[in-house]
Design a protein around this ligand. Sequence first.
Ligand code: IMP
Length: 419
Amino acid sequence: MGKTLVIVGGQWGDEGKGKIVDLLTENAQMVCRYNGGNNAGHTVVIGSSMFKFHLIPSGILHKGTMNVLGNGVVIDPQVLLQEIDQLSSNGISISEKNLVLSGSAHVIQQSHIDEDTKKGKAIGTTGRGIGPCYEDKISRSGIRLHDFVKGSSLEAKRLKPFVKETYIIVNDAHSKKQNILLEGAQGTLLDIDHGTYPYVTSSNPIAGGACTGLGIAPQSIDGVLGVFKAYCTRVGSGPFPTELGTEADTMKEKKETLLQKTDFKSAEDGSEYSQGMILRKQGAEYGTTTGRPRRTGWFDIVSARYAFVINGMTGLIITKLDVLSKLKKIKVCIGYDYEGKTISTFPLDGEVLKKCRPIYKEFAGWKDSLETIKSYDDLPKEAKSYLLFIEKELKIPLAILSVGPERTQTLILKKNLLF
Ligand code: IMP
């Protein structure tokens, strides 16, 4: 009996979905992207080869898996062809047998990139032309792949064989009871409708976006896996209630800071900024697509509960727990103080959210590294109580826990919620 599962980011993107998608793909016959474009990015390391993806699902590394870019995705032909070439030169053959593109997906043009680099600065976009391309889509003046591949450019000719009616391919796979993974790029709080508008991306990363972005019915979806980092990060501007330090200070940080030895003492006695810097250093929190330092902060139950509700999450995935090792104290935001009143629901009015101050519950940290942990029972008791608290507050069972970047550093805790 096959399953169709959505995997969705519960925060502001960069939750470590790439590694989880790669892992789940082992048991999936199809992986589909339903939103966004090359504003996303992840790296997969296999043996001595490192693959950087922005558009193609990492399912492409698994023989026999069909990869789909749905109608909800926006495609930069040059970027896509570079990814195809990079994979081909690493011995991975790409054809319409393992990669198909929806003809209804819109094409990013140079004018979109130019406009984004000019106008996108105010909210800190990735400058890849994503917003302007979706603008043209909504105003019905965009170019879709269907039409793009009728042109005579080399790019058009090369992409033509991949363009298909992907809704048929996806729904056929569902009828044949195959395992299908629907992969949302970015995260819930960057959703154009449900995120921290206007500091959002221009598509729908939430689980509902899988239906519109692929042409699959809601009742075909069997489960929604919500991926959260054990803390929070955000790239670009916008409200971030649990941020440690300020956006301005973070943006000044040079990537070389990553190479310096971590001064844990400064986290214990230092400013919030130095605590945030430790999370950034330990978690290598620099953007895959833009190389920008990511803003960092403590786990936020209020926004996580919101993400749980609007996505209908059935399983919880927590990544990068190892990053918190060696911290003396770890905090979790359990409510917001807004002008002297405590609120426990996530406000969508940006003016309100900006003024929300986190109310924290403090947890004791653990000294041991989690690198070699092989089972949940081996976790330090402090780590267990941190996880249990989050699981109980969110009321979703913890299905996967990731304690390091390697495939082997992953604990599968609820196989029944996966494939
Ligand atoms: P855009 O998607 O390039 O238009 O950027 C809009 C906002 O979304 C900016 O704050 C970006 O930093 C953020 N963003 C876009 N893609 C990602 C991602 O994959 N991870 C994290 N943030 C992202």
